[in-house]
Design a protein around this ligand. Sequence first.
Ligand code: SF4
Length: 285
Amino acid sequence: MITALVHPIEKFVRSERLPHIWCSGCGMGMIFNAFAKAIEELNIDPKKVVIVSGIGCSGRASGYWAYDGFHTTHGRPIPFAMGLKLARPDLHVVVISGDGDLLAIGGNHFIHAARRNVDILVILVNNFNYGMTGGQVGPTTPEGVRTTTTPYGNYTEPPFNAVWLAAASGAVYVARWTVYHLRNLTESIKTAFQMKGFRVIEVISTCPTDFGRRNALPDPLDNLRYLKENAVYVKNPDPREADIVWGKKFIIGEFVKIEGKESFDDRIRRLIEIAQKELRRSDLQ
Ligand code: SF4
């Protein structure tokens, strides 16, 4: 008897929206797969998981998630996620968005949510350029590489070290993996789900269509091979050493893991209690 083959993550995908917009060889499919696997392995009710995303190729993740999602305005997934988490503390609120969305137009939201320790997980998809809009230079584009707006090489815009930015701003969990390291990524998402506070996982992703073909990696496999050959796992690495220099080795691993730091949500609840006590006292006077 022939039985229909079902993809293991099919139940997590809004199949009526397929085919998806991601190009062949784009890292987004792999990240979505790792995310769904982590939910399944942790046995979390997917109805309690909300994906919030901004604008860009990665931003489409919220639309393909079969459960609740918000596809928000450019650079604003973090404030939407923050409001959602404050209103519904029972939900797992996850931002999945790109380097341009989160670190350029959304940069201020990123650092201030980290400073406040808002209880959300951010999966920062870093493909080194603005993929959806045609491959322009972005806040994580390494020096020297070519994009549509730096056709002779990026010699004007030094990139952010996103790991150090998150760590220095106050995130309680900061990790970096690549789409070649999917098992590590899945385990890291599982770890992050079980923690509380502002958690950031940077995923170095592939964009063969825009970034790869301008930088001698036209084939999706070339992109993966580059990540395999240059990513180096380090145990308890220093976030300050997480710079990415094109053509050189770069660090992956878990950079920050802090348990027990009071989250913004906890502080808000504490404030409400203080305010209620004050109000009761003033009523008695
Ligand atoms: S343009 Fe790049 S990031 Fe966007 S879907 Fe295509 S490969 Fe992925």
